[in-house]
Design a protein around this ligand. Structure first.
Ligand SMILES: NC(=O)c1ccc[n+]([C@@H]2O[C@H](COP(=O)([O-])OP(=O)(O)OC[C@H]3O[C@@H](n4cnc5c(N)ncnc54)[C@H](O)[C@@H]3O)[C@@H](O)[C@H]2O)c1
Length: 259
């Protein structure tokens, strides 16, 4: 490989990305990061106003963004979102599935409404997005899929994550399964597993010092992560730099699962 090619390993110019949960903390950071490396990014979530703000942030970072409303739990909505992206850009190279929800409750009190919401969003929603984007990638001869897992897929927690941790364990296995099935189509499927990041999702925990301490005490790096900490891993797994990496769960966790 020539030096010039090596320097361009992370370049995403001309690539088209879909980021689900694009109005949320991690999705928005990922969208801005992918755009900064040259990708056009469709940001999707349910509320259009929030997506327009995210698209404006991507534009301020010098990128191009398309807001597309989508409920990842709804098969028809996901198919329509992918169709819209293909109409606009003619292809889809990168999918990053950051749409997700968490519900915390002691296992003995966990209600089925919360269980179903978490499973429908995190597991079914991730699968539907992978399936619909995967079809477009198969047709074009390759692509990059990045799911979003969590350290909770690897470690139980005293504060009640029976539904959430189970859903992220399923995301890990879905990632490996698709990586194996779709290797022949040259689709890389990997996952990013964050520890606790400062986003709207974790605001209820991080705003309570005693609850926050339970999480932060287990992170050797000694702090919560910021949304920007997510960008490097997302760009790596979206780019040619990771062409021979597939089926992996990359922990972006300040050492959380190492100790
Ligand atoms: N923040 C953390 O500490 C942390 C840690 C580990 C894993 N994660 C995972 O990272 C992902 C993003 O988390 P975040 O912190 O950015 O959360 P967030 O609450 O800031 O954002 C979540 C996003 O998902 C979208 N969303 C929720 N339900 C949806 C649905 N049915 N259809 C479409 N969009 C939907 C929301 O609108 C929002 O854009 C989630 O999967 C979460 O489980 C986050």
């Amino acid at each position: 490989m020539k030096a010039e090619e090596m320097r361009n390993l992370f370049d995403l110019s001309g690539k088209v990305a879909v980021v689900t949960g694009g109005s949320g903390g991690l999705g928005r950071a990922a969208a801005v990061g992918l755009a900064a490396f040259g990708a056009s990014v469709a940001v999707t979530a349910r509320r259009v106003e929030a997506l327009e703000e995210a698209a404006a942030e991507v534009a301020r970072a010098g990128g191009e963004a398309l807001p597309v409303s989508c409920d990842v739990r709804d098969e028809g909505s996901v198919a329509a979102m992918v169709r819209r992206v293909l109409e606009e850009y003619g292809k889809l190279d990168i999918l990053l599935t950051a749409a997700g929800v968490a519900r915390r409750a002691p296992a003995e009190e966990l209600g089925m409404d919360d269980w179903d919401l978490v499973m429908d969003t995190n597991v079914k929603g991730t699968f539907l997005c992978c399936r619909e984007a995967g079809k477009a990638m198969i047709e074009r001869g390759g692509g990059k899929i990045i799911t979003v897992s969590s350290v909770r897929a690897a470690l139980g927690h005293p504060l009640g994550y029976a539904a959430y941790g189970t859903s992220k364990g399923a995301v890990n296995l879905l990632t490996r399964q698709l990586a194996v099935e779709w290797a022949k189509y040259r689709i890389n499927v990997n996952s990013i597993a964050p520890c606790i990041f400062r986003t709207p999702l974790t605001e209820p925990v991080l705003s309570h010092p005693a609850a926050a301490k339970i999480f932060l005490d287990r992170i050797p790096w000694g702090r919560a992560a910021e949304p920007e900490d997510f960008i490097g891993a997302a760009v790596f797994l979206a780019s040619a730099a990771s062409d021979f990496v597939t089926g992996q769960v990359l922990y972006v966790d300040g050492g959380n699962v190492a100790g």
